[in-house]
Design a protein around this ligand. Sequence first.
Ligand SMILES: Cc1cc2nc3c(=O)[nH]c(=O)nc-3n(C[C@H](O)[C@H](O)[C@H](O)COP(=O)(O)O)c2cc1C
Length: 323
Amino acid sequence: MLHTAVCDLLGIEYPVIQAGMGPFTSAGLVSAVSNAGGLGSLGAGGRATGDFERELSMTRESTSRPFAVNFTLIGAGVSEASFALTLEAQPRLVSFALGDPGDFVRRAHQAGTLVMHMVTTVQQARQAAERGADVIIAQGSEAGGFGGTVAGLALIPQVVDAVTPIPVIASGGIADGRGLAAALALGAQGINIGTRFLASVEAPIPEDWKQAILAAESEQAIKAEFWSDIFPATGSQYSVNPRVLHSAFVDEWQRRREDARREAERLQIQVGAAIREGKFGELLPFTGQTAGLIREILPAAQIVQRIVSEAEEALRRATVFLV
Ligand SMILES: Cc1cc2nc3c(=O)[nH]c(=O)nc-3n(C[C@H](O)[C@H](O)[C@H](O)COP(=O)(O)O)c2cc1C
């Protein structure tokens, strides 16, 4: 049976984490993953407090297994109201991404909750270790959504070396059991997956976004560099751009980066309105390079089970190389 030390730390059966993806996660998705033996993550980013509170209490009702709550540190940052609700609900783990987690680590620990932090460089990993993170996600640039520029194959072993003995979770570019087996070979203790779970039955995104993932090849999931023209990183935020599929919005502003800088304020308002109206995916369909590996929409529990059994098979197969 596939099991790593981080499974014991987190109280889960399999080292498969469904990524926090803000409003593109739901109690249904999180509990399906946790009930299947993985770790579901409810995203707090980009959600109104009332919506978050509802999903959090539905998650509590739908699973007795451990789950995580995820916060992003860009934009308006962590909502204090949602953070307070989270600490009260006492999830196994709170995860952060996209900036220095600073004092949030101490506050989560004080409430008895473990902290996982996602990084895209070795320097960020060292800082997260100093802050006291219990688990560190090393996210390669293949990832869907916000990320850095270093690919996972180069980044993950470097982060492992930099923060040992803190457990490292590999993220970005993983959609099947071969990816999990490779992550373990790189020294990671598990995987964090976004795009594969977006193309699940339970993911609360529009059907055309799911179908676009199934139809896309990896090279169609591009880095939207114009993002930082509209939303430049400030303070302790990491400098990141999202990986997305083509859309009219993406293609226009990729071409017109100087105009994007000039019209930043108007575009910020347009993106904010799209999030509130549930139309974000029409503008910026966040998707990773694993789109090329994903050809069917599956129930989230089946995705977890398949990844684990494929990884076991891949690890067994790999022993033939030991002559
Ligand atoms: C639609 C979407 C939304 C995301 N939102 C968040 C988020 O709110 N917080 C976060 O930590 N990561 C977010 N991510 C990144 C994921 O956590 C994860 O690192 C990434 O999806 C892993 O790469 P993969 O897509 O290749 O599996 C998002 C990713 C996607 C695809």
